[in-house]
Design a protein around this ligand. Structure first.
Ligand SMILES: [Zn+2]
Ligand SMILES: [Zn+2]
Ligand SMILES: [Zn+2]
Length: 89
């Protein structure tokens, strides 16, 4: 899957799916989220940048896990925070 010149997305061979349909971090603090994303390095399900706590991008910064996939039904894309790169699949 070599798209957009991003080696991180290129190295994803199998898309990790959301285990539970919730943001693990929002649940801990009782917060709300808008959309869900799945970290493609460790499989964590976290909330998007439209959510108040933006856990997916915080996770990317603090853990150095650059690539997320949308966990929304019908959305088939990957995003790399490091390269600001999108790729459909
Ligand atoms: Zn990248
Ligand atoms: Zn969250
Ligand atoms: Zn991760």
């Amino acid at each position: 899957m070599a798209i957009g010149g991003c080696a991180d997305i290129g190295s994803v061979t199998e898309i990790k799916r959301a285990g539970k349909r919730l943001c693990e971090e929002c649940v801990k603090i009782g917060a709300q989220w808008v959309h869900l994303r799945v970290c493609q390095t460790c499989g964590a399900t976290l909330c998007c940048d439209s959510s108040p706590n933006q856990h997916a991008s915080k996770h990317a910064r603090t853990s150095g896990h650059p690539v997320i996939a949308s966990a929304e039904p019908g959305e088939r894309w990957l995003y790399c925070y490091r390269d600001d790169s999108f790729a459909g699949y």
